[in-house]
Design a protein around this ligand. Structure first.
Ligand SMILES: C[S@@+](CC[C@H](N)C(=O)[O-])C[C@H]1O[C@@H](n2cnc3c(N)ncnc32)[C@H](O)[C@@H]1O
Length: 210
């Protein structure tokens, strides 16, 4: 297991992730606040009413519960993560009437095809050994007409980008170019593909045709 994956499995990180680690690290990487990321996630996924939402690599549930608050009726959000310490924090800190958590691997999701109206994976594809397999799993479980959204690393085409790739390689974090995910989404038939780049992070969303 590489350094980045070991760090994510550490109980000490799970304890500080939501309040300190995420707001600081993501702000430095993107210039964006977690509050802005949360608001944009609800808008981008077009959450409303009785939808079923899947938050992959949910960590301590810091997005899962927020997303669930945009739902009503029979709507719910499920967070999946493989780190037991992260899920323990999720249950302790981010439980709610429309939220559930499940231990699982993003590369082999335990759900039938086309189960969810919205599927997201924020801040994790760069940690997963087969990120494209995980992205294809997201598309598989997404219902027709549903929305998908990811936030992951971005390598700028300049010396800073080259440096981020070296540091990423050393720690075990993948650094993606701007084409990988839009191309994968298009090759899998998704439409309305939108990509926003904020410094070292990219935000990509799309729709599965109805
Ligand atoms: C940086 S946290 C992201 C938490 C949250 N989504 C956010 O944006 O703040 C990354 C999470 O990915 C999880 N993770 C990494 N590889 C995974 C995999 N193959 N399957 C499920 N979860 C995974 C880690 O356990 C960790 O909780």
């Amino acid at each position: 297991m590489n350094l980045a994956r070991k760090t994510m499995n550490a109980p000490a990180l799970a304890a500080v992730y939501e309040r300190a680690w995420r707001p600081t690290v993501f702000y430095l990487a993107s210039g964006r606040t977690t509050a802005a990321d949360r608001r944009d996630a609800v808008a981008t996924l077009r959450l409303r009413g009785p939808q079923k939402v899947l938050d992959i690599a949910c960590g301590p549930g810091n997005f899962t519960k927020y997303l669930s608050k945009a739902l009503s009726g029979d709507g719910y959000a499920v967070g999946v993560d493989y780190s037991a310490p992260m899920l323990a924090r999720a249950v302790a800190d981010n439980a709610g009437p429309r939220v559930g958590y499940l231990r699982g691997d993003a590369r082999t999701l335990p759900f039938a095809d086309e189960t969810f109206d919205a599927v997201c994976c924020f801040g994790a594809l760069y940690l997963i050994p087969d990120p494209l397999t995980a992205a294809r799993e997201m598309i598989r479980v997404l219902a027709p007409g549903g929305r998908i959204a990811i936030t992951t690393s971005h390598r700028a085409d300049n010396p800073i980008g080259d440096m981020s790739r070296v540091i990423g390689g050393w720690s075990g974090l993948r650094v993606f170019d701007a084409k990988t995910f839009p191309t994968l989404f298009a090759d899998n038939g998704l439409v309305e593909i939108d990509q926003r780049i904020h410094r070292m992070l990219q935000y990509v969303s799309a729709t599965k045709p109805a």
